[in-house]
Design a protein around this ligand. Structure first.
Ligand code: ADP
Ligand code: MG
Length: 255
């Protein structure tokens, strides 16, 4: 059974000015432990799609199934990391990382220890009692990721997770995140506007059409087992090929 099935999903927003059709007949099946990247023009419905999978909004038509059952509202199985890190400046790094567990009333001493260990593993040991403003952008992003992972979601939704970071930091954090996610064996959907980032991390890249968004094309990414990190993948001769295929799709004039 696929982890996630998105079937003929359409979503119309109703506004004072009228209706906006954000998604139309969107179809995607995601297998367990796949890493899907989604690219597409701005405003094509990428964030809308993630909000639907997160159960924050309901489709106008069509259906979304998680483990074979329709999604009805938010669930602990799905973790959603937004574009901005949304750390609370008045909470320490540890308290920020524990926020999700606190909300779910699962802040047991065992879980607190687990989160403390994650902070150490992800290079934030010794920063537990610091505040977000004392951290670099890359470190903040890692705290946000730990907070999302702390509640142990099976599906992870990432909305342009690195867009606030400078190029150098993006590469480093991308490397970290990919290693972390590999260890956790999650099913991941990552929205990004960076084609290289999409190719370097995912096993499948979905290109969306302009609004109303649907799947325009799908690209299976397979660098072989020796290219096992984003940086190594960027060095592969195949990288250019994937890049130009996806670039062409995004710049097609007939859409
Ligand atoms: P993307 O993430 O691909 O840039 P979004 O999913 O954010 O696109 O938005 C898709 C379209 O829906 C855009 O035209 C946007 O203006 C519109 N939209 C998004 N959210 C809302 C909302 N809450 N109410 C009305 N329109 C919205
Ligand atoms: Mg968006």
């Amino acid at each position: 059974m696929p982890k996630l099935e998105i079937k003929n999903v359409s979503l119309r927003y109703h506004t004072i000015e009228g209706e906006i059709e954000a998604l139309k007949d969107f179809n995607l099946t995601v297998e367990k432990q796949e890493f899907i990247s989604i690219v597409g023009p701005s405003g094509c419905g990428k964030s809308t799609l993630l909000s639907l999978v997160a159960g924050l909004i309901q489709p106008t038509s069509g259906e979304i199934k998680l483990d074979g059952s329709p999604i009805a509202g938010t669930t602990q199985k799905v973790g959603y990391m937004l574009q901005q890190d949304y750390l609370f400046e008045w909470r320490t790094i540890l308290d920020n990382a524990l926020l999700g567990l606190e909300v779910m009333r699962k802040k047991t001493s065992e879980n607190v220890e687990r989160v403390k260990q994650m902070l150490v593993d992800y290079g934030l040991g010794g920063f537990e009692h610091n505040y977000p403003q004392q951290l670099s952008g890359g470190m903040r992003q890692r705290v946000a990721l730990i907070r999302t992972l702390a509640v142990e979601p099976e599906v992870l939704l990432l909305d342009e997770p690195f867009s606030a970071l400078d190029y150098q930091t993006r590469l480093a954090v991308g490397e970290d995140v990919s290693r972390i996610l590999c260890q956790h064996q999650k099913t991941i959907i990552m929205v990004t506007h960076d084609i290289s980032e999409a190719i370097s991390m995912a096993n499948r890249v979905i290109v969306m059409t302009p609004r109303p968004g649907r799947v325009q094309s799908e690209h299976i990414i397979d660098f072989g087992p020796s290219y096992d990190t984003p940086l190594k993948r960027r060095e592969s001769p195949l990288f250019r090929e994937y890049f130009s295929a996806i670039w062409k799709e995004l710049n097609r004039s007939d859409q």
